[in-house]
Design a binder for this molecule. Structure first.
Ligand code: HEC
Ligand code: HEC
Ligand code: HEC
Ligand code: HEC
Length: 500
């Protein structure tokens, strides 16, 4: 080999080595910027998605990976110690709930929540929505549809927000058919996260805050806060409208929301046993989460419930929203180095301790309801009962706030324990007042605890005809629901999908 040839070869070798180094540096840089790039990913759309497209499958044409994982929310096989996605009849598991909610829909039927893809079916099936045979029949207002479907923003856009909240639930049965999905959380043009529910925007406005200023990380929780929150139906905003409203004007703590309700003397219902003016905590999941250490460190709902996953070399957001305990590796171990079992134990320890105390509170409140009834039956006056009924209202509100904020015992164990223990204090004080009143009325013996050992016995105790409710539901499911489905199919068949 001549000197010249050797030199050329060496130059080539140097060049190739340099190229390899540059290539790997490039890879490194790209993996670093990947997270950023995810926010403005590129894709070639297959179809044009309209502004209020409610059909998840249509979005799925453009985003198959997100859609395929979304579809897994129809899996109902996972059970953790207290949660998971299988359908558990909570009234059967804990018949005391029937007494706590006597006179309110939840005493008829209450099942553990399942995945988002069941939202519409479960709303039709629950005994709470009754068996309406006409549009203006049934126990529930239209407002109950608000957190169930991407058809909601569509119908609100077509007919107005206050109008959406008017009339009975059955009125929109043929309109609200697609379960919670893409259109609830995304802008169809940019795929940015989007708030589609006016109640959240309005709650921010009333507190002098602008939700449009939320950071990207906050949006990863706020999309969930459209539905996983405490709310009530405000009948004073627009005549004839059960206007969905979040009671956040003073703040989102248990006391601040209670003050809001007390100030306007709002009650969800009058208790059938004790006649107390009750509050039903709906599901203050977001509010409780805000008080926890993860929220404090900027960890969002999506970080745990929608972690990034990789499939076929592509990284994307897992849209199988579920209990993170079914997916510790992606959900927790991104940040925590502990073993899977250790992390599960951490969650269960917190849940065991809180649920143990919550259980005690529950029994105290059942007793208070029964004792209050006994007092009424023995001639107690409104004046004598006033404070006692307020005590029942406040203690049960705390119990429900802790029980209905699904995941709260983990999301914020300290706050949830505090709420339960203040509930216990109020319930005890109330029962002391009851004991004094009963003594005044000539009774100093313990009031017998009713036999509510099964759901059926508890429903009988509160005077509910469960069989009648079931047979009405059967008729409704067989006659009305198929009509709703047919009308919806005809409407959607009329919408053309534009392939690009
Ligand atoms: C740090 C991780 C983490 C964050 C952040 C988080 N969660 Fe959770 N969440 C959990 C865990 C763990 C559970 C308990 C699951 C179990 O018991 O199976 C849970 C339970 C739940 C449940 C009940 C699940 C079921 O199977 O019934 C819901 C609903 C929920 N979370 C919603 C939210 C919402 C909404 C937010 C934000 C406001 C949020 N979570 C933030 C980890 C998290
Ligand atoms: C449009 C309203 C709505 C939005 C938005 C929403 N949810 Fe839900 N979520 C529901 C309803 C309703 C259910 C109960 C469905 C059922 O049981 O049929 C539910 C159920 C769940 C469950 C229980 C699933 C299971 O498998 O046990 C979890 C966990 C959950 N949601 C987390 C979230 C998180 C996290 C977000 C935000 C990224 C979110 N949700 C956004 C309404 C909503
Ligand atoms: C409950 C709210 C919610 C629903 C419902 C939802 N998404 Fe998402 N989606 C999110 C969140 C949160 C992210 C993460 C966004 C971010 O951090 O920028 C996301 C990210 C995405 C992205 C960006 C790429 C990625 O994977 O990170 C696409 C595309 C997407 N979703 C498509 C869909 C489709 C298609 C559906 C319906 C099948 C859907 N989403 C339903 C909340 C939702
Ligand atoms: C995005 C990062 C992140 C994710 C994801 C995450 N955590 Fe955490 N976690 C934190 C931070 C930060 C703290 C605060 C403690 C600290 O700063 O060391 C914390 C604290 C905790 C604590 C102690 C606080 C307490 O409540 O007593 C537990 C337990 C915990 N995490 C469990 C989990 C579990 C289980 C999951 C998955 C469901 C999870 N974390 C997901 C970042 C995360």
């Amino acid at each position: 080999m001549t000197h010249q040839k050797r030199k050329t070869l060496r130059n080539w070798l140097l060049f190739i080595i340099a190229m390899v180094v540059v290539f790997f540096l490039g890879l490194l840089a790209s993996s670093i910027t990947e997270r950023k790039a995810e926010a403005m990913f590129v894709y070639s759309p297959e179809v044009e998605i309209g502004d209020f497209e409610p059909r998840n499958a249509v979005w799925g044409e453009n985003f198959p990976m997100e859609y395929e994982t979304y579809k897994k929310t129809s899996d109902s096989s996972y059970k953790s110690k207290y949660n998971g996605n299988s359908m558990i009849d909570m009234l059967e598991v804990d018949p005391r709930l029937v007494v706590l909610w006597a006179g309110y829909g939840f005493s008829k039927d209450y099942k553990q929540g399942r995945g988002h893809s069941y939202a519409v079916i479960d709303a039709r099936n629950t005994l709470r929505t009754g068996g309406p045979l006409k549009d203006d029949e049934g126990p529930m207002p239209t407002t109950c549809w608000t957190c169930k479907s991407p058809d909601v923003p569509r119908v609100m856009n077509d007919g107005g927000v206050a109008e959406f909240y008017m009339g009975k639930w059955a009125r929109l049965g043929s309109e609200i058919v697609n379960p919670i999905g893409c259109g609830d959380c995304h802008d169809s043009k940019t795929m940015n996260l989007k708030i589609t529910r006016p109640a959240l925007v309005e709650a921010f406005e009333r507190r002098g805050m602008d939700i449009n200023e939320a950071t990207h990380q906050e949006m990863r929780s706020l999309v969930c806060a459209q539905c996983h929150v405490e709310y009530y139906f405000n009948k004073t905003i627009v005549e004839g409208s059960a206007y969905l409203t979040f009671p956040w004007d003073y703040g989102t703590s248990v006391e601040e929301m209670e003050k809001y309700y007390d100030d306007i003397e709002f009650k969800d219902w009058t208790h059938k046993v004790s006649r107390a003016p009750m509050l039903k905590a709906q599901h203050p999941g977001y509010e409780v989460y805000l008080t926890g250490v993860h929220a404090d460190r900027g960890v969002s709902c999506a970080d745990c419930h929608m972690p990034y996953i990789s499939e076929g070399g592509q990284k994307f957001t897992d849209h199988h929203i579920q209990s993170p305990l079914n997916n510790i590796a992606n959900s927790c171990q991104v940040c925590h180095r502990e073993e899977t079992q250790k992390l599960i134990d951490n969650v269960y320890e917190r849940q065991d301790q809180i649920i143990g105390n919550r259980d005690k509170l529950e029994e105290l409140i059942v007793r208070a309801h029964v004792e209050a009834k006994f007092a009424w039956d023995n001639g107690a006056t409104e004046e004598q009962m006033k404070d006692i009924l307020q005590g029942i209202r406040h203690s049960q509100w705390r119990w429900d706030y802790a029980a209905a904020s699904h995941g709260g015992s983990f999301h914020s164990p300290v706050e949830t324990s505090r709420v339960v223990s203040t509930g216990i204090t109020i319930a005890q004080e109330t029962r002391i007042k009851l004991a004094r009143l009963l003594a005044d009325l000539g009774h100093n013996q313990a009031i017998p605890y009713p036999d509510i050992s099964t759901k059926a016995k508890a429903q009988e105790f509160i005077g509910m005809d469960a069989e009648k409710l079931k047979s009405e539901k059967e008729v409704f499911l067989q006659t009305i629901v198929p009509e709703w489905v047919k009308i919806a199919e005809e409407r959607e068949n009329g919408w053309s999908v534009k392939y690009l």
